[in-house]
Structures are given as C-alpha cells and as structure tokens.
Design a protein around this ligand. Structure first.
Ligand code: SF4
Length: 251
C-alpha cells in the first residue's frame, strides 16, 4: 500500500471504533503484565475468566508471591500452559520486587528481562500501560498485515518493523488494537468476512469472501451489528464497538 492508502486504512478503522482497547481485564500495570503473560496461546475471554477472581485479591507482586505458585496454578488451571505460566508469574513478581521496587518498568529491555516476558508482551505493556507507540504483533496482526498488504513480513518482527516505519500519526498509538480487533472479528483466520469489511477496497487479498446467502437465496445482510454509511460502505454499529471498548485504559 502507498502512504495514502495506509492512512485511509487506519482512518476507517478509527472511524469504526474511535477508542479501541485491549479486551484483557486489568486494573494497573502489574495486573496488565500478568494478564498479557497468561494470554499466550489462550483467548482473552479464557484469561479474563481466570483472572477476574484472582485480581479481586491480588493486584501487587508481593501479594502474588505470598499467594504462591501452587495456589496460582489452581487459580489459572483453566488456561493452557498453566504450569509454566504460574512458574513465570511468580518468578517475574519476585524479579519486580527485587529489581524494580515492586513496580512494572517502563523500558523494553527491563520488561523483556522478566521471566516469561517476550517482545510482544513488552510491546503490549508499553502501549497499553504507558501509551508508548509500540506495535505488538500477535497472530491476528500478523495475518491482517500480510493478507491486506499493509505491512507484509515473513515473521512477527519483520511485520512490527514495517508497521513502525509506515503507520502515520494520529494512528500510531492505537494501531495495534485496531489491527487485533479487525483480525479477531472481521478478517478472521479461516474465513475473512470481506463483504462487511470497511477496508475491502484497500485490501489486496483475493479472492474476497462474498456475503453468505440466506435460506431464501438472497445475499445475506451484513448482520444486526452492521450498517451502511451514506456512501454505501458497511460499518459496524457503535454498540458493538462499545462492547469491545471497556474503559480499562489506565489514567
Ligand atoms: S477485505 Fe477481507 S481479507 Fe481484506 S482486510 Fe477485509 S476481511 Fe480481511
């Protein structure tokens, strides 16, 4: 895509969802860090189910260390890889106490030095907790960027560096949330829902998925959560956006 197309791509995603935010539930940088660490190869929904009762009691590293690995394992056993994740969360909590006074550091290198914290997790924390213009590339972002031609790359780091070079202001801070949500709800892995996609004319993916037919043989409508703009473009309604935009951004 050229510069103008990239700008238009994000302008439409922004118009569709002006205040995107992570769907993970958290209350401070520490609970955000833990939630993101737990979300590897797990859905945000499954992480939230496990962390909701946990974070009602535990919001600081010292509390997590006091809880202990076995109790944490029990609390998160519904999440994949829970044994390794429990071990890492206890270890990273100990490291935060030992090396950072119990606070989550605001620097990539310090974050990535924590047990179980990789580049993607560091990018999410830097962006969501501290408002840094970082581009976390998960499976959804990787797929959308390659399918559309927005930021093609052979691995997540290549895509991240391409996004870093090409995403314009004022979209840089929220770009990764828009891309995740677009991949999760519209540009889905198995069947992208191109017929109701707001960037369909900018996207290079072919062939585009046509609208499903109804039992009457008519072309299906975009669905109850979508509407057409005055120019005929299909967009989701704000009620759907609100469901994805809980006010959990940190002050
Ligand atoms: S047109 Fe289809 S493939 Fe392209 S971004 Fe939209 S949903 Fe994804």
């Amino acid at each position: 895509m050229n510069k103008g197309q990239v700008f238009e791509f994000f302008r439409r995603l922004a118009e569709d969802n002006p205040a995107p935010i992570t769907e993970l539930e958290f209350s401070n940088p520490y609970t955000l860090l833990v939630a993101v660490a737990l979300s590897a190869q797990a859905t945000d929904v499954s992480v939230n189910i496990a962390t909701r009762p946990l974070f009602a009691r535990i919001t600081k590293p010292a509390q997590m260390v006091a809880l202990g690995e076995e109790a944490l394992r029990q609390a998160i056993k519904s999440i994949g890889l829970f044994n390794t994740k429990a071990r890492n969360v206890i270890a990273l909590s100990q490291a935060l106490i030992r090396d950072h006074g119990g606070e989550v550091p605001r620097h990539r290198a310090a974050l990535e030095a924590l047990p179980g914290v990789g580049r993607k997790t560091a990018n999410v924390v830097l962006n969501t907790a501290w408002g840094e213009e970082t581009f976390a590339v998960d499976t959804h972002v990787f797929r959308v960027c390659n399918r559309t031609g927005l930021a093609p790359g052979k691995d997540p780091l290549a895509v991240e560096l391409k996004l870093e070079r090409t995403v314009p202001q004022p979209f840089r801070r929220d770009a990764h949330h828009w891309l995740i949500l677009h991949g999760r709800y519209t540009c889905k892995a198995r069947t992208p829902e191109c017929w109701r996609c707001v960037v369909v004319d900018l996207c290079r993916f072919k062939p585009k998925t046509p609208a499903p037919k109804t039992t009457s043989g008519r072309i299906g409508s975009p669905g109850p959560s979508a509407a057409r703009t005055a120019t005929g473009r299909i967009v989701r309604t704000r009620s759907e956006d609100r469901n994805r935009s809980r006010p959990n951004r940190l002050p």
